[in-house]
Design a binder for this molecule. Sequence first.
Ligand code: PGA
Length: 242
Amino acid sequence: MPKLIIANWKSNHTLESAQEWVEQMVDLLQEEQVVSNPEVAVAPPLPFLLSLREQLEGLGIKLATQDISTFEAGSYTGEVGAHNLLGLGVQYVLVGHSERRQLFGETHQEVALKAVKAVQAGIKPVICVDKPYFADQLEQLRQEFVEAGLEVASSDLLIAYEPIEAIGSGQGAALEQVRALMQEISTKLSKAKILYGGSVTAANVAEYLAVCDGVLVGGASLQAASFAEIIKQAAQEQSQSE
Ligand code: PGA
């Protein structure tokens, strides 16, 4: 199974610098041809999605978004719902990132509803959790899926373990801590794919990938060179473990 690497640009880049990033990536990944192993996705700020789409897809890089609305189509000024993303080639959406929870007060229920909306639209939600609340979050998720009449196999779920203190700190979580939480999560969702996020760089990505199914990369994805290096390290780790 290819590992999954998702770049989360958050609210960084201008259209111009985003386009430069893609141009540089085309050069940097030249010898890799098309990226397929690991699987790679980029979550840019929404307004850039369409203008980056063709080149990213040409590289084999998939499109992701950083959030989604809990609402259906309607009078919800400023919201972007799953239905608005249809036809844009979006394959993954992050839901419940800790910045959304902390800065925008997102609740477990909202996060679970976002995951439901994504699944209904055929987009894979990447459900971000941290240790203090992951059990409650997963329970809420189960409830919302049942309420929506959705049967979601745990093998279709993607959970991203992102310890708050590791995000943007330059200090990734200890491998033991990651391994322990992976185990706890998989006792509840035996077949879910579990990603790790928090200060992932080219220097530590191989270690994390050895214990989980993929990584979410914030800061180190903003420069094409460092993100390309992460992809290369991951490809190497993968070829060694096969
Ligand atoms: P970071 O961000 O890689 O900059 O720590 C990760 C994230 O917020 O998903």
